[in-house]
Design a protein around this ligand. Structure first.
Ligand SMILES: *Cc1c(COP(=O)(O)O)cnc(C)c1O
Length: 647
């Protein structure tokens, strides 16, 4: 990596004021200049491509009524569209602390706009020679930030976190059942003597393993087994064919399950997927879509900081093993959608190591870091090295952020098999831009279609992303947007780390204000300190006698501070959102909030959950009072008057 970026030494501290267009368009001049530059440059490109071709549209033609007709429609309709767009939601404003949307980096917007004019399709490099390279480059940058070995990783962009999570579980499932497929394929091809490394550290003959053991081979060891089979057979095409004939992906759940019971005489329990109670609802969709079944999605309790409880996880795994139910994957959340809680992924990875060592249990470990993934940049110094916790802490003083457990959780992403990170969330990049990273690039062959099981390690394959991913056509412009943004804000403590640290600072100040403000007859009960940058709080009042009434009140406060059919953005001073901590998922994690509100667990179960107002802080200046407005103070004032008027 060069010491000089854009002509400046990297160490020159970066002013975050230069990153966004700004709530009042403060950086409009440079933005306009660069946009115009991009557009003009594109036109030059067109003119200079085979200039001998001449022109298709003649100047004279431009004066005919027919020509003018469509252009006049275009202009009029654009003016109409521009007018209508003003009814949109002002994500750019410090007054917007609702959903996970905010101002976007100028780098990503200009990169996106410039590239959109060329409309590259990143399904194959043939249609996107430039932006496919950029996509693979940003995937590598994300993998490096996570801590994966960049020579072995594979990753790419997706339309979002949902598809990234889908691909991770798709791969996890195919890897899980791979040893069974290799066993059958090896039998058919007459390959004997294959051995497998088990989680307890022994080697076993493949044909001596029972079904439970076959479904508890570690992800890396499963791929090693497939490699060994390929090497023994020495005929790649036959390997592909044989595996397709015996794999779950090829056969489908019904036939695969039928064969398991006839050939092993063992109707094993369904494969389970473990997620914390705080998991994003996409996991339910994904389990259904992959045919795993929503019923196999198991919610592991979270603690009072809304982090997956590692002891509860270990207990759940043992209980499943007692009834011989294999675990396909365990998902840990780095930055929950509701609270921005960061799981103690370090402790969760320890659980995985321990149940492997002690009981021979193996499963895929995934980090759903759609929200919090970019926060791992705080753990990297500009030279790419992992920083000490103390150094990170010193950066964000006087706030005591991040907590050490959060830091350990972020660092532990390197111990997973796959990670989801959304550039279109804390990357401050326009939609659509999600990303998925795989520790071991070999796994992509398991989802490849038309794909020889070749393990090409070489360069010739680089451009055919479409073979290995779920989606087809996708915008090269999104890749260019991410690429540009990572250039301006590198994935380390000097770039994204600073930006996200400032959002956390704002969230902590907001949290303090909610917890200590003068709310008159109302009690505002903030959830515990956020790990990253989302602040939630419940609202009580003596007149609200039941939890149902309390929830209803929170609903009305939310309605008064959000856009709806009969309330436009223009009528609002501040924007928030709302969520429900449902009893079914959160269990006793919400006890302290209920106690503060004066309700019992029975009340909680009867009401089904407790409603809280949710504020997502993405504005790096919320806490710093740069201009004339104190937005946290302004928010508190508006909130107080909303509370009174809604009651
Ligand atoms: C937002 C989010 C998702 C889904 O991402 P999309 O980009 O909306 O598809 C998944 N998991 C978590 C934790 C999220 O915050």
């Amino acid at each position: 990596m060069s010491d000089y970026v854009g002509g400046y030494r990297r160490e020159a501290p970066l002013d975050l004021a230069s990153i966004f267009l700004g709530p009042k368009g403060e950086n409009a001049d440079v933005f306009e200049r660069l946009l115009l530059e991009a557009f003009r440059d594109h036109v030059f490109w067109r003119r200079n491509f085979h200039p001998e071709d001449g022109f298709q549209v003649m100047e004279m033609e431009k004066h005919t009524p027919e020509y003018e007709r469509s252009l006049s429609t275009l202009s009029t309709e654009l003016m109409g569209l521009l007018g209508e767009l003003k009814a949109g939601v002002p994500f750019f404003s410090p007054r917007y602390i609702g959903h996970m949307s905010s101002d976007l980096t100028m780098a990503s917007l200009i990169g996106y706009f410039a590239t959109m004019l060329y409309n590259p399709n990143n399904v194959a490099a043939e249609a996107s020679p430039v932006t496919t390279r950029m996509e693979l480059e940003v995937a590598e940058q994300l993998a490096r930030m996570i801590g994966y070995d960049t020579a072995r990783q594979w990753g790419h962009l997706t339309s979002g976190g949902t598809v990234a999570n889908f691909e991770a579980l798709w791969v996890a499932r195919n890897v899980k059942y791979l040893p069974v497929a290799v066993r059958w394929a090896a039998e058919e091809c007459g390959v004997a003597g294959l051995t497998v490394a088990t989680p307890t550290g022994e080697r076993m003959p493949l044909d001596g393993m029972d079904l439970w053991q076959l479904l508890n081979v570690g992800p890396g060891e499963s791929m090693d087994l497939a490699d060994a089979f390929r090497e023994r057979l020495g005929d790649d095409e036959r390997v592909v064919e044989a595996l397709a004939k015996h794999s779950l992906a090829g056969l489908g759940y019904q036939e695969f399950g039928r064969r398991l019971s006839t050939q092993f005489g063992d109707a094993l329990q369904d494969g389970a997927v473990l997620v914390p109670s705080t998991a994003h609802y996409s996991w339910e969709k994904i389990c259904r879509a992959l045919g795993i079944g929503g019923a196999q999605l198991i919610h592991v309790p979270v603690d009072r900081r809304f982090r997956m409880d590692p002891a509860a996880l270990e207990e759940t795994i043992h209980a499943l093993a007692d009834r011989r139910q294999p675990v396909i994957a365990c998902v840990s959340v780095i930055g929950t959608t509701e609270e921005s809680a960061v799981d103690r992924l370090d402790l969760i990875a320890d659980v995985r190591d321990r149940v492997g060592r002690e009981r021979g249990i193996a499963f895929h470990l995934h980090a759903d870091a759609a929200w919090g993934g970019y926060a791992a940049s705080i753990t990297r110094s500009p030279d790419g090295r992992r920083r000490s916790y103390e150094d990170a802490l010193a950066d964000y003083a006087p706030e005591a952020w991040p907590e050490e457990g959060v830091y350990r959780g972020l660092c532990a992403m390197e111990r997973t098999d796959t990670v989801t990170i959304d550039p279109h969330k804390l990357g401050f990049i326009p939609y659509p831009a999600g990303a998925v990273s795989f520790r071991d690039m070999r796994v992509r062959e398991l989802v490849a279609v038309d794909a020889p099981y070749l393990f090409h390690r070489g360069a010739s394959e680089w451009g055919y992303i479409g073979r290995f991913i779920f989606e087809g056509s996708k915008p090269g412009a999104a890749a260019a947007g991410v690429w540009m943004s990572h250039k301006v804000l590198p994935l380390d403590s000097s770039g994204y780390g600073r930006l996200i640290g400032e959002t956390a600072r704002g969230a902590l100040l907001l949290h303090r204000r909610i917890g200590s403000g003068d709310w008159g007859p109302f009690t505002l009960i903030p959830l515990p300190l956020p790990d990253l940058n989302i602040v939630c709080f419940a609202i009580g009042h003596p007149a609200l006698a039941t939890l149902e009434e309390t929830n209803d009140f929170a609903g009305r406060v939310y309605a008064a501070m959000s856009v709806s059919g009969d309330r436009t953005a223009r009528q609002l001073d501040y924007f928030v959102t709302k969520t429900v901590l449902r009893a079914r998922e959160y269990g006793h994690a919400a006890d302290p909030i209920l106690q503060s509100l004066g309700f019992s667990y029975d009340d909680y179960e009867r009401a089904g959950g407790v409603s809280v107002i949710r504020c997502t802080v993405m504005d790096p200046f919320l806490g710093s009072r740069r201009g004339r407005m104190d937005f946290i103070g302004g928010f508190a004032k508006t909130l107080r008057s909303v509370l009174e008027s809604v009651l």
